[in-house]
Design a protein around this ligand. Structure first.
Ligand code: ADQ
Length: 723
C-alpha cells in the first residue's frame, strides 16, 4: 500500500546554484506526512513543478529523500490562469468571506479544471488498487472526482486547509461552477476540515446544491458512504519548544531584547495577505497609542510580513495600503528616537522566528478569517518560559482550541486597544497558567497526531463502491428462483413512483383496477406478506386499500395498519401550526405550489411549479426551516419536488423494524423510488434481502428498475408463481 499525497506544490525546492541539490521544505505538513513512513507505507508526493524538466532530470538522480516525488510540468500560462486566476482570485477570497474581491473569469475556471485533469492523468500511472490518496486544499477540488471516475475502488481523502464558508457565499458562484465544486468532493471517502463549523457549512452546501442530506455528518452517494469530520491541523510542538535553548535562538533573543531594552514588544508575522487583517491590526494599535500616551516610547510593534502572491493586483494594493499606514502611524506617534512600528517585508529563518516568538511580550494575531492559523500555535509552543500573552482573532480556526488566549473581533479597533491594554497588565502568574493550558493542548494534538488520525480514519473506512445493477435476465431469474423456493416472503412496496407513476397532484394518483387486481393476487398467495409503505396520510391509504389484505404504513412510518391502525411513534408536533404558516407563505409566493397537511407532518409540493424558481424557493424554505426547527423533534426531508417536515423518529426503516421479524422470511423484496426509501433499503440490505430502486439517482439499493411499468411487470411474474 502506498500513501499518495497530492498538493499544489511539491515539498521541495531546487537549489540551482553551483552545487545543485534538492532541498526538502521545512513546513509542518511535510514533517506530518514524513512521520507516516513509520506505518511502512511508501510515501509518494505529487505536485506542480516550479522548475523545468531539464533541471529536474539533472538533479533527481542525486535525490534520496523519504518521498518518491512526481513533479507535474504545466505550461506557465495555464498555471497562472489556474493559480493566480481561479484558485486565488475566486476560491481564496470567497472562502475567506471577501466576496467583493472575487474576480470570476470563465477561461480561468476552465484552466483550473484543465490543470486538475492533467494531475489526474499523471497520477493514473502510479495508483494501485490498495493505495490511499490524500489530496490537499482548494486548488485540487475537481481532482477528487476525476480520480474517482478513473478508480472507483481506491480510497480518496481530501483535506481543506482554508475555511469552508457559509452556503450564502458559495451561491455567489455561477451555477455550473458551484455544482462542479460541490459535486467533485463527493468523489472522496473522507473529507476533512479544521473545525466543525466548516463541516456544518459543507454539509449544508451539499444539501442546498445536490439535495443530498447528511446523517451524522455522513453522506450516502452512489452507494458509497462519505465521512466528513474535523481534523484541526497543528504543529511539531517539540521542535518549537526545544528551540528555546538552541544557542542560535538564545543569541537572537538576546539581540532583540537588547535592541528594545526597556520596551514591551508586540509581535506579528504572516504572509502579506488581505485575510490576515494587518490593516485593522495597525489601526487597533494606533487607537491604543492615541488613548495611552503613557506608553509612548515604552512599546514597539515588530511586524513581519512575508511576500505572497504579489503578482495578483489585490495583494499589491494591500501592500501599498499597509506600508502607507505604517508610515502614517510612525510619523504621527513616533519621533527621531523611537518608531512605534518596526516593519520587515521579507522572510525570517527558523532561528530568527523562534528568537522573535520568545522575546516578545504579546503576539498580536488578527486574521479576518483563517482556516486554522499556525503562527498562534507556534508562538505558544515556543514559550518554554511560559511567559507572553497571545492576542488572537476569534475568526481563526485556532480560536476554537486556544481558548486561554485573549480573543477579540479583528475588525473592532476599540476591542484590539482594550485587549492590548489587558495583555500588557497581565501578571506573570496568569500568563503562566494560560500558557500551560494551551501548551498541553498543542502537545496533545500535535501535527503528527493530525496526519496519523486522518490516515487511520481512511484505513478504517470500508470501501463499498457498489452501484445498483439493472436487472438483466440472469439476475431477474435468480431472484424469481429464490422467491419460488421461499416458504415465506415479505414484499415491501413504496407507492408513488414505485407501483403508481408520479402525477402532478397527489389525489390524481389513485390506484386503478389493474393495480387492485395485482395486489389481490399477491396477497392471495399465503406465503406472501405484502406491505405498502408510503408518505401518504392514513386516511388516503385507508380509502384506497380498505379492501386489500396488505399491511399499510402511512406518513413515512408514523402509522401502521395490520388489522387496525396503530401509531408507531409519538406524534407530538408542537411546531406544526408555525411550519404550516411558513409553508403557506411560500405557496402564496411561488405559483403552482401547495401545502399538504397530514396528521403528524406537512409537505410543501412544487412538482407543478416553474422548475428553476421553485427549486430556488425550496432551498430558501429548507434554510429557513432548519433554523426554525433547530431544537425541535422535527426532521426536514428534501424529497423529490417536495419538502416535508415530520417527527424525527418517523422513518420507513424504523417502521419496518417495528413491524416485522425479518428472520421469519426466507425471501425479502423491497422496492422504492424516493429518498425516504433509502433508510428502508439500508435495513433490508442488512438482513440480506433484495433492494430495488426505481429510476435514476444515488441509492443504497443493490438493484435498479427503470420505471413503474418494469416494477409492475415483475410483480405480475411473482403473482403467477406458486399460484
Ligand atoms: P497560511 O495562510 O500560510 O496557511 P498559517 O497557518 O499561519 O497561514 O501558516 C503560516 C506558516 O508560515 C507558519 O508556519 C509560519 O511560521 C510561517 N511564516 C509566516 N510568516 C513567516 C515569515 N515572515 N517568515 C518565515 N515564516 C513565516 C494555510 C491556511 C491556514 C492554515 C494552514 C495550515 O491559510 O489557515 O492554518 O494553511 O493548514
Amino acid at each position: 500500500m502506498k500513501i499518495i499525497n497530492i498538493s499544489n506544490r511539491l515539498p521541495i525546492s531546487l537549489q540551482k546554484d553551483n552545487k545543485p541539490a534538492i532541498k526538502i521544505s521545512s513546513g509542518g505538513l511535510v514533517s506530518a506526512v514524513q512521520s507516516l513512513s513509520g506505518s511502512k507505507s511508501a510515501l509518494h508526493w505529487v505536485g506542480v513543478a516550479d522548475f523545468t524538466i531539464d533541471e529536474w532530470l539533472s538533479i533527481c538522480p542525486s535525490y534520496s529523500g523519504d518521498f518518491i516525488l512526481h513533479p507535474v510540468f504545466i505550461d506557465e500560462n495555464l498555471y497562472k490562469l489556474y493559480y493566480n486566476g481561479f484558485s486565488n482570485s475566486v476560491l481564496w477570497p470567497l472562502f475567506h468571506y471577501f466576496p467583493s474581491f472575487v474576480e470570476y473569469k470563465k477561461n480561468e475556471f476552465e484552466a483550473y479544471l484543465g490543470v486538475n485533469r492533467l494531475l489526474a492523468h499523471k497520477i493514473k500511472d502510479i495508483i494501485e488498487p490498495d493505495d490511499i490518496v490524500w489530496i490537499h486544499d482548494y486548488h485540487m477540488i475537481p481532482l477528487v472526482t476525476y480520480l474517482r471516475d478513473l478508480f472507483p475502488e481506491i480510497k480518496i481523502g481530501f483535506f481543506l486547509h482554508v475555511p469552508f464558508p457559509s452556503y450564502e457565499l458559495i451561491r455567489i458562484l455561477p451555477k455550473n461552477c458551484r455544482d462542479i465544486l460541490a459535486g467533485s468532493l463527493l468523489g472522496a471517502d473522507l473529507i476533512g476540515f479544521h473545525t466543525y463549523d466548516y463541516v456544518q457549512h459543507f454539509v449544508t452546501t451539499v444539501q442546498m446544491i445536490t439535495g443530498i442530506q447528511h446523517k451524522n455528518f455522513k453522506l450516502n452517494y452512489n452507494g458509497r458512504k462519505i465521512h466528513i469530520d474535523a481534523f484541526p491541523i497543528s504543529i511539531d510542538f517539540e521542535k518549537f519548544n526545544n528551540a528555546y535553548n538552541k544557542p542560535e535562538v538564545f543569541a537572537e533573543r538576546t539581540k532583540i531584547k537588547k535592541l528594545y531594552a526597556g520596551k514591551k514588544i508586540l509581535f506579528s508575522v504572516d504572509r502579506l495577505d488581505y485575510t490576515k487583517g494587518i490593516k485593522y491590526r495597525l489601526q487597533g494599535y494606533a487607537h491604543f497609542l492615541e488613548n495611552n500616551p503613557g506608553w509612548m516610547e515604552k512599546i514597539v510593534f515588530i511586524l513581519i510580513a512575508v511576500p505572497s502572491r504579489d503578482n495578483i493586483a489585490k495583494y499589491e494594493e494591500r501592500k501599498e495600503i499597509i506600508e502607507k499606514l505604517i508610515a502614517h502611524i510612525n510619523g504621527k506617534y513616533g519621533n527621531y528616537r523611537w518608531a512605534p512600528i518596526v516593519y520587515q517585508y521579507g522572510s525570517v529563518n527558523f532561528d530568527q522566528l523562534s528568537g522573535l516568538y520568545t522575546s516578545c511580550d504579546v503576539a498580536l494575531i488578527s486574521p479576518i478569517r483563517d482556516g486554522m492559523n499556525l503562527v498562534a500555535k507556534e508562538f505558544i509552543a515556543s514559550r518554554q518560559d511560559k511567559r507572553g500573552v497571545l492576542l488572537l482573532s476569534d475568526m481563526t480556526g485556532a480560536a476554537k482550541e486556544l481558548t486561554e488566549s485573549l480573543l477579540f473581533n479583528p475588525l473592532d479597533e476599540e476591542e484590539i486597544c482594550i485587549k492590548i491594554t489587558h495583555a500588557l497588565k497581565m501578571t506573570d502568574q496568569e500568563q503562566e497558567i494560560r500558557m500551560d493550558r494551551m501548551q498541553k493542548q498543542i502537545k496533545r494534538n500535535n501535527v503528527f497526531n493530525w496526519s496519523n488520525n486522518f490516515i487511520e480514519k481512511m484505513k478504517s473506512i470500508s470501501h463499498n463502491s457498489s452501484t445498483p445493477i439493472d436487472f438483466d435476465e440472469t439476475g431477474r431469474r435468480s431472484m424469481l428462483n429464490k422467491y419460488t423456493q421461499a416458504e415465506k416472503c415479505l414484499i415491501i412496496l413504496d407507492y408513488d413512483g414505485t407501483i403508481k407513476p408520479l402525477q402532478p397532484s397527489p389525489e390524481m394518483a389513485a390506484p386503478d383496477d389493474q393495480l387492485y387486481e395485482l395486489l389481490a393476487e399477491l396477497t392471495h398467495n399465503t406465503k406472501n406478506t405484502v406491505c405498502i409503505i408510503s408518505g401518504r396520510d392514513k386516511k388516503t391509504l385507508e380509502t384506497w386499500f380498505n379492501n386489500t389484505k396488505a399491511t399499510l404504513v402511512a406518513e413515512h412510518g408514523i402509522f401502521a395498519k395490520t388489522d387496525r391502525w396503530n401509531k408507531l411513534v409519538i406524534d407530538n408536533v408542537p411546531w406544526k401550526a408555525e411550519v404550516q404558516k411558513i409553508m403557506n407563505k411560500f405557496s402564496e409566493n411561488c405559483a403552482n405550489t401547495f401545502v399538504e397537511e397530514k396528521s403528524a407532518s406537512l409537505c410543501w409540493h412544487y412538482r407543478m411549479a416553474a422548475p428553476e424558481a421553485s427549486l430556488a424557493q425550496s432551498r430558501e424554505l429548507i434554510n429557513l426551516l432548519s433554523d426554525f426547527l433547530i431544537s425541535s423533534n422535527a426532521n426536514i426531508l428534501d424529497g423529490h419536488k417536495v419538502v416535508e417536515v415530520k417527527p424525527v423518529q418517523a422513518s420507513k426503516g424504523n417502521a419496518l423494524k417495528m413491524l416485522f421479524d425479518f428472520q421469519q422470511y426466507d425471501c425479502c423484496i423491497c422496492i422504492g423510488d424516493d429518498k425516504t426509501d433509502e433508510d428502508m433499503f439500508e435495513v433490508i440490505n442488512e438482513c440480506g434481502g433484495y433492494t430495488i430502486k426505481v429510476s435514476e439517482g444515488h441509492t443504497f439499493a443493490k438493484h435498479r428498475f427503470n420505471d413503474v411499468p418494469e416494477v409492475l411487470s415483475f410483480l405480475h411474474e411473482l403473482s403467477e408463481i406458486n399460484q
